[in-house]
Design a protein around this ligand. Structure first.
Ligand SMILES: Cc1cc2nc3c(=O)[nH]c(=O)nc-3n(C[C@H](O)[C@H](O)[C@H](O)COP(=O)(O)O)c2cc1C
Length: 166
C-alpha cells in the first residue's frame, strides 16, 4: 500500500456503541467525509498506528476499516481503538491518526469471544511493531505537534495534505 503512512483527522462520531458494551474494546468512529477520502489503495482490514485526541498525548492505536462482517454492517466505517484508558468518552473531539501498517483482513468470526480474541491479538501486534524506530519517528511528527483545535479547519486539512505528500 503505497499510501502508508496515511495521516488523517476528523471529528469523533457515534457508532453503534457495541465496541464498549459488547466487546469491552471502545472504538472512535470517523464521519463519512473521512471514510470517503481514503486513497483507493488503502484496502479494508485492520491497521496499526498512532492516534491523538484533540491536543492530547499521542498513543498507539489499532483501526478497523470496512463493513464489520461479524455484524454485517451496510455502511463502511473507520473505527479506531486508542490503546489507552480514557476517563471519559470523547465524542465531538478531533481525532488525529497516522496509519502506519496493515495487520490482516476483516473476518466474520463464529463467536463474539473469537472476535474479541482477534482484536486483542491485533493490539499486542501493534504494541510490538510500533516500537520499531521508523514507526516511533512518526509518533513525534509535526502532524501531531502542530495541530491545534483552535486552528480553522482549512488549516488542519491543508497540513493533512502536506503530510500525505510525505
Ligand atoms: C482492531 C480491530 C479489529 C477488528 N476486527 C474485526 C473483524 O475482523 N471483523 C469484524 O466484523 N469486526 C471487526 N472489528 C470491528 C468491531 O466489530 C467494531 O469495532 C465493533 O462492532 C464496534 O463498532 P461500533 O463502534 O459501531 O459499535 C474490529 C475492530 C477493531 C478495533
Amino acid at each position: 500500500m503505497r499510501s502508508l503512512p496515511f495521516f488523517c483527522r476528523g471529528e469523533v462520531i457515534r457508532g453503534f456503541g457495541r465496541g464498549s458494551k459488547e466487546l469491552g474494546i471502545p472504538t472512535a468512529n470517523f464521519p463519512d467525509s473521512v471514510v470517503e477520502n481514503l486513497p483507493s489503495d488503502i484496502n479494508t482490514g485492520i491497521y496499526y498506528g498512532w492516534a491523538c485526541v484533540g491536543n492530547g498525548d499521542v498513543h498507539k492505536m489499532v483501526m478497523s476499516i470496512g463493513w464489520n462482517p461479524y455484524y454485517k454492517n451496510t455502511k463502511k466505517s473507520m473505527e479506531t481503538h486508542v490503546i489507552h484508558s480514557f476517563n471519559e468518552d470523547f465524542y465531538g473531539e478531533i481525532l488525529s491518526v497516522v496509519m502506519v501498517g496493515y495487520i490482516r483482513p476483516e473476518r466474520s468470526y463464529t463467536s463474539l469471544e473469537a472476535l474479541i480474541a482477534a482484536i486483542n491479538n491485533d493490539i499486542e501486534e501493534a504494541k510490538v511493531k510500533l516500537e520499531l524506530p521508523e514507526h516511533l519517528k512518526l509518533r513525534d511528527s509535526n502532524f501531531f505537534t502542530r495541530f491545534s483545535s483552535d486552528l480553522p479547519s482549512t488549516t488542519a486539512s491543508s497540513s493533512q495534505t502536506i503530510m500525505n505528500g510525505h
